[in-house]
Ligand binder design. Sequence first.
Ligand SMILES: [Zn+2]
Length: 93
Amino acid sequence: MPDSVNTDVQSRSATRYRFREYHVATVTDPLALPGHEAVCVTGEEHNCGAESGTLHTPDELTRWIAEHCARTGHQHYEQTVRTLLRTEPGAWQ
Ligand SMILES: [Zn+2]
């Protein structure tokens, strides 16, 4: 049936130019560790700038801050918590 083959080819090539909608979902994979980072922003003219690097638990971050504070007396930190997100394919629009 040549008619149905043509229709199939046409709809497939049209699909390539459509945008696919994505839903953003939070990763539930336990292996996907969030990243905790802190930067010391203590300082008047410029920040201290000491960085904890990526740590995987808030406790490790607290320990880094406590150690840095004990060593330097610095009290102001900027914290970044990084979480991984995964997109899930939605319906064709
Ligand atoms: Zn500092």
